[in-house]
Design a protein around this ligand. Structure first.
Ligand SMILES: *Cc1c(COP(=O)(O)O)cnc(C)c1O
Length: 393
């Protein structure tokens, strides 16, 4: 039974659709349309399509379907729908469910574009959004009300790596009948089972760990068949956020190595965090796998490892942070994450530049903060590169 397979087996074998040639590597079906044998068959397919019957690539495509079924198998989700980017996934998950007059509660520590949707776009269409500190269960309890339509959060916040108690938030949201929508990017599909913890809908930017080699944009939304094939598919197929079959193929091949890559990256992240602990140039180091992470107990309950990301706060603010970045030889100065190549980001001047200084301070994003996405290089080389750049302080 394929559902009994372990994750690594699912990541290699689930969802395969072989053509008449029996190819080993999945085919890229680079086609927009599909030929119907008869007029009657075309009519029938528009009434109801079987699992291997497609209509148009904006609605679905065999390569895209392989990717959707493989990640759904990994997450134990009933179904999945792939999107052109992570933001198409977030946008689709929220807009497909919401109408004017609805109430939403959202964690306030969000990826910039997620914040734009919740803070600016949703209110423009008459949706009432309240923001809370996602780590504070009492704040969630106080913000939800009977009729709240959904709650939205990132399982681990960017860039300060706070972890949200999914089971706790889900219990509060479900008590008022609200759906729980979780952006699971930072915890990866490998280290946290957010659906099992109580999330109703999971959203991924596949651009990050799922591609894992910095090539393509993509996204995916997972949930019940009723939601995915109902409101979500209807919204996505008519609004155009479909994933290209070529990018779906890249993501599908990315899934084959996802578990191995994420575990290797998390091991290295843990090695780096331990090597940097108590370094005199640092105000603090944030790694969810360290025993002194403020939510170490929750991390232990909810995540399998501390993940592939860490953050360091340098003494000496922006100048020190820039000296550090410019002193790095292996780590790239960039803003993607989950890549095979390690990346250092200065959120205050790049990803979170748009926020006011007060908003950044409230989110713990100081001028000395550097976010590090740990890649697949040798751990010792990365530690030496980081220690070398710190010694130029
Ligand atoms: C990158 C990211 C997104 C957006 O994904 P894209 O593929 O860039 O559109 C959404 N949420 C989080 C947490 C992200 O890191």
């Amino acid at each position: 039974m394929t559902s009994d397979w372990a994750n690594r087996t699912k990541l290699v074998h689930s969802g395969i659709r072989r053509s008449q040639y029996g190819e080993m590597s999945e085919a890229i079906f680079l086609t927009q349309g599909f030929d119907y044998p008869t007029a009657e068959a075309a009519e029938a397919r528009f009434i109801e399509s079987g699992p291997d019957e497609f209509i148009y690539a904006r609605y679905g495509n065999p390569t895209v379907r392989m990717f959707e079924e493989r990640i759904a198998a990994l997450e134990g989700a009933e179904d999945a729908f792939a999107t052109a980017s992570g933001m198409a996934a977030v946008n689709g998950a929220l807009f497909s469910m919401l109408s004017a007059g609805d109430h939403v509660v959202s964690a306030k520590a969000l990826f910039g574009s997620c914040l734009y949707i919740t803070e600016t776009l949703l209110p423009r269409f008459g949706v009432d959004v309240d923001f809370v500190d996602g780590t504070d269960l009492e704040a969630w309890r106080a913000a939800v009300k009977p009729g709240t339509k959904l709650v939205f959060l990132e399982a681990m916040s960017n860039p300060t790596l706070e972890v949200i108690d999914i089971a706790g938030v889900a219990e509060i949201a479900h008590s008022v009948g609200a759906m729980v929508v979780v952006d699971n990017v930072f915890v990866t599909p490998v280290f946290q089972r957010s659906l099992e913890l109580g999330a109703d809908v999971l959203v991924y930017s596949a651009t990050k760990h799922i591609d894992g080699q910095g090539r393509c944009l993509g996204g995916v939304v997972l949930g019940s068949r009723e939601f995915i094939r109902g409101p979500f598919e209807t919204y996505l197929k008519h609004t155009g956020g479909a994933l290209s079959p070529f990018n779906a193929w890249v993501m599908l091949k990315g899934l084959e190595t996802l578990d191995l890559r994420c575990r290797a990256q998390a091991d290295t992240a843990s090695t780096i965090a331990r090597a940097l602990k108590d370094h005199p140039a640092l105000e603090r180091i944030i790694y969810p796998g360290l025993a002194d992470h403020p939510q170490a107990a929750l991390v232990g309950r909810q995540m399998e490892t501390g993940g592939t990301m860490l953050a360091i706060d340098l003494k000496g603010g922006k100048e020190a942070a820039f000296r550090f970045l410019n002193g790095l030889e292996i780590l790239a100065i960039s803003n993607n994450l989950g890549d095979a190549k390690s990346i250092a980001t200065h959120p205050a001047t790049t990803t979170h530049q748009r926020l006011s200084a007060e908003a950044r301070a409230e989110l713990g994003i100081g001028d000395g903060l550097i976010r590090i996405s740990v890649g697949l290089e040798d751990a010792g080389d990365l530690v030496n590169d980081i220690l070398g750049a710190l010694s130029s302080q």
